[in-house]
Design a protein around this ligand. Structure first.
Ligand code: NAI
Ligand code: MG
Length: 364
């Protein structure tokens, strides 16, 4: 059997810097754990624009459709700010998400104990925190029609439409329940069924899907209460399943429970391919960080943890994902810090590649 395939799109700014460390780690799993990948590399974002005049070449798009998983760094930068909207670096990423039909966006909020001080909440509220927000990514109010700014009498009206079909709610729900089965088998669905018909349908469909997952304990919460509960007692949650708009807000809120942007991974999953693996794109939550790009200061952990998610969710290597996450935990516990993880008074930060060295040493 051939090795699983990975397409690496490092992108712009700190993207290639953090991805270089992930490449070393991928190499480590091949050498030390016999977990070999067929890795190919290509361009996305500004890097692709510089070479091809488009932020994602058709050949790259076709390759992304074929591989078992795509790992992306970051796109964008001031150099491209004046470009026409149609060729902006971000359009490359949007095209990937759209054409791969990645409808389930996974945003974990996991607290590494060594960083619990970074949380805006009290340490005891976040210590050991490990939740996963599944946001529906391809429908809802960001896409629904009608939309626009229209004249109405002697003033204008801005319109967006929250629209969800049963099948859209269902496929995201299945992705969320599948995740819950691999985790703590608890799922909380969030909508506003009290004031929105789309929320009523959401709740009905989630309850219907739940019948196929009798082991998962299901609960429902209005999204506004969910926001309160997330900052009051976040550890009550395991998997949260919610729509595009609420998920956008709730995932950013949950992310900050755990500290720095430099630590936050994400995954976007689509329908299963012929081999049973979902279409998948893994990427850090952060952008290309032009303010520190090229200086070797970037924290590679968000990108490394995105690869850990790939191990777990695309390659069914949950044990190896645990191993990688434990290495991150150990390095942090040992006090190794990139600049973004330091308090104003803290010692000397390590460089991106020194963080990579420390992670490899911890893996050994
Ligand atoms: P950003 O995430 O690039 O940076 C925000 C702040 O966090 C900066 O001070 C940066 O230095 C710091 N930071 C981010 N990642 C870090 C890391 N790994 N280690 C240490 N510090 C880190 O967001 P910003 O500044 O709003 O956007 C910069 C560019 O990135 C823009 O062109 C934007 O469009 C693009 N962007 C791309 C995204 C993507 O590729 N998915 C997501 C967000 C922004
Ligand atoms: Mg957001």
């Amino acid at each position: 059997m051939s090795n699983p395939s990975l397409l690496i799109l490092a992108g712009d700014g700190i993207g290639p810097e953090v991805m270089a460390q992930v490449q070393r780690i991928i190499g480590w799993f091949g050498d030390k754990r016999g977990l070999k990948f067929d890795v190919s590399e290509d361009l996305v974002g500004g890097a692709a624009y510089d070479k091809h005049g488009v932020p994602l070449h058709d050949d790259t798009m076709a390759r992304a459709q074929e591989v078992d998983a795509v790992l992306l760094g970051a796109v964008g930068g001031p150099k491209y700010d004046e470009l026409d909207f149609s060729v902006k670096p971000e359009r490359g990423l949007l095209r990937l998400r759209k054409e791969m039909d990645l409808f389930a966006n996974l945003r974990p909020a996991q607290c590494f104990d060594a960083l619990a001080d970074f949380s805006s909440l009290k340490t005891e509220l976040v210590s050991g925190l490990d939740i996963m927000i599944v946001r529906e990514l391809t429908s809802g109010v960001y896409f629904g029609e009608p939309r626009g700014i229209f004249e109405e009498g002697n003033e204008r009206v801005g319109i967006n439409t929250q629209r969800y079909t049963e099948s859209e709610i269902e496929r995201g729900a299945r992705a969320a329940f599948d995740l819950a089965m691999k985790r703590d088998k608890r799922l909380c669905s969030m909508e506003k069924a009290n004031v929105m018909e789309s929320g009523i349908l959401w709740r009905e469909v989630v309850n219907e899907v739940a019948k196929d997952y009798p082991e998962v304990e299901v609960s429902h919460m209005y999204a506004d209460n969910g926001a309160m509960q997330l900052v009051r007692a976040p550890k009550q949650f395991d998997v949260i399943y919610t729509d595009n708009l609420f998920g956008d807000i709730l995932s950013d809120c949950a992310a900050m429970l755990t500290g720095s942007l430099g630590m936050l991974p994400s995954a976007s999953l689509g329908a299963p391919m012929d081999n049973g693996r979902p279409k998948a794109l893994y990427e850090p939550v952060h952008g290309s960080a032009p303010d520190i790009a090229g200086e070797g200061k970037a924290n590679p952990c968000a990108c490394v943890l995105s690869f850990a998610m790939a191990l777990r969710y695309s390659f069914n290597e949950g044990g190896e994902a645990d191993r990688l996450e434990a290495a991150v935990e150990k390095v942090l516990a040992d006090g190794v810090r990139t600049g973004d993880l330091m308090q104003a008074d803290g010692g000397t930060p390590v460089s991106t590649s020194e963080m990579g060295d420390a992670l490899l040493a911890a893996l050994d």
